[in-house]
Write a protein that binds this ligand. Structure first.
Ligand code: NAD
Length: 486
């Protein structure tokens, strides 16, 4: 098991590293070893005021007067610098999150770099319009930034989900304060060094670490912040919506999911088995879009579940720092306990455990490792079929026909993503049109691209990350009327 010396990190405000005003710190735990791996500053409202002042000064100052092209170049440079430091930063991502280094180094960090590249390219391509209005007027629109944005980020993709917010915010001329999750602050902080390296003006990019609920709420209520971009739990999102009401902040919410992955009887079974395992076990199942409800046609159910169970049993958890590991540690003790509680509820409520189901020891006697787990014979009313587990637990449910599959798929408050496996192209598009979800994958699962929008229907939130649609959430439109009467 790889060990890493403890890191001490301060707050990043106005391009400077500062301890919290109170002097307080918080510990960060490596979930693979249960050891404290870092200590970070614990910000309070005084530190938040300082970050807001710095971000506001940069917004009205150097960031506003810089040309859009130069701003875009700096945003793209953030991505390039991230790739130059990819080895170091992916180690940090694995250290605080427990995901395999292979995923950090070859998926998450490159995706974050690509996001900077993509949005940096938009900076000098955002335009207004001229509008043919009544009367003798020239009427045109300006697309302007919102001001000071705040990103409140969860612990599952600590860097990537932060960058989904940072890149469009900066590219469109806003400044930003990032609050990473308390469990996983290290990679957002690492972007502070990158901001200095590439020459972002002071105050454009700031990172505050601190107690999630307290600092998060102070951010949500702060009158000097114009927009909150939040990813996290649906109940936290509801609180943010209420908290943002008094200051009428703009908000986007990317929330939880309980995504269905539907296998029709004519599917390529081998591909669907692979897709179902990637759909639930990638990122240890700590993925908002995880295909956590497998809906299988009853005529193929037995064969499918046998193959799925066999494949799942081959997935063995290992040291996340080992490049060969494909399944890491759950992100925290709390998360492991939650997952184990759900597994217990599946057993008690009568589902059939066909793979996994236990906490495991990878040979070190430490770490929050849980086996990839599959339950068959799950009934729609069981807890594991209804609630987001946010861990490596798959609930397989059978259906009798297409209508039942669609009805069951949509029978959830959530609507983040869905999958359908079939060789029938007509059926595939029919199902896609009927699913109430922000993303539908046909004969694939868990694929993403910065150019494609991602976000929720229903209780999975509103707003879209990535793609040109994200630009709308970081800009506002001004109509300008000019009297042309001579
Ligand atoms: P969480 O809601 O507990 O925390 C998310 C962030 O909010 C953290 O930074 C946390 O410190 C902060 N926070 C906590 N309480 C707050 C409050 N009262 N006010 C303001 N901020 C507060 O969520 P989590 O456990 O970190 O993440 C898991 C959840 O995130 C799951 O539900 C998952 O589905 C969801 N998620 C959604 C997406 C998506 O794109 N839709 C992506 C990843 C994760």
């Amino acid at each position: 098991m790889t060990t890493t010396a403890s890191l001490d990190k301060h707050l990043f405000i106005n391009n400077e590293w500062r301890p919290a005003g109170s002097g307080k710190t918080m510990e960060v735990v490596n979930p693979a070893t249960e050891e404290v791996c870092a200590s970070v500053a614990s910000a309070d409202s005084g530190d938040l005021d300082a970050a807001v002042d710095a971000a506001r000064a940069a917004f009205v100052g150097p960031w506003a007067t810089m040309s859009a092209r130069e701003r875009g170049r700096l945003v793209r440079r953030m991505g390039e610098r991230l790739m130059e430091k990819a080895d170091e930063i992916s180690r940090l991502e694995t250290l605080h999150n427990g995901k395999p280094i292979n995923e950090s180094r070859h998926v998450e960090i490159p995706a974050a770099a690509e996001c900077f590249e993509y949005f940096g390219g938009w900076s000098d391509k955002l335009m207004g319009e001229t509008i043919p209005v009544k009367g003798n007027h020239l009427t045109y629109t300006l697309r302007e930034p919102l001001g000071v944005c705040a990103a409140i980020v969860p612990w599952n993709f600590p860097l990537l989900i932060a960058v989904w917010k940072i890149a469009p915010a900066l590219a469109t001329g806003n400044t930003i304060i990032v609050k990473p999750a308390s469990q996983t602050p290290l990679t957002a902080l690492a972007l502070g060094d990158i901001a200095v390296d590439v020459g972002l003006p002071p105050g454009v990019f700031n990172v505050l670490t601190g107690p999630g609920a307290k600092l998060g709420q102070a951010i949500v209520e702060h009158p000097g912040i114009d927009k909150i971009a939040f990813t996290g739990d649906t109940s936290t999102g509801k609180g943010i919506m209420r908290g943002a009401a008094d200051t009428l902040k703009k908000i986007t919410l990317e929330l939880g999911g309980k995504s269905p992955n539907i296998v029709l009887p004519d599917a390529d079974i081998e591909a669907a088995v692979r897709g179902a395992t990637i759909g639930i076990f990638y990122g240890k199942g700590e993925v908002c879009a995880a295909g956590s409800r497998l809906l299988v046609d009853k005529s193929i159910k037995d064969e499918f579940i046998d193959k799925l169970a066999a494949r799942t049993k081959k997935m063995v958890a290992g040291d996340p720092m080992d490049p060969k590991t494909r399944f890491g540690a759950l992100s925290s003790k709390k998360q492991m306990e939650t997952v184990l509680r759900y597994i217990e509820s599946g057993r008690k409520e009568g589902a059939t455990l066909v793979a996994g189901g236990e906490r495991i020891d990878i040979g070190t006697g430490r770490g929050y490792f849980v086996q990839p787990t599959v339950f068959a014979d799950v009934q729609p009313e069981m807890t594991i079929s209804r609630e987001e587990i946010f861990g490596p637990v798959l609930a397989a449910i059978e259906f009798a026909d297409l209508d039942e599959a669609i009805a069951r798929a949509n029978d959830t408050p959530y609507g983040l993503a869905a999958g359908v496996w079939t060789r029938d192209i007509k059926k595939a598009h029919y199902v896609a049109s009927k699913l109430k979800a922000g993303t539908v994958w046909i004969n694939t699962y868990n694929v993403y691209d910065t150019a494609a929008p991602f976000g929720g229907y229903k209780a999975s939130g509103f707003g879209r990350e990535m793609s040109a649609h994200a630009l709308e959430h970081y800009t506002q439109i001004k109509s300008v009327w000019v009297d042309l009467n001579m």
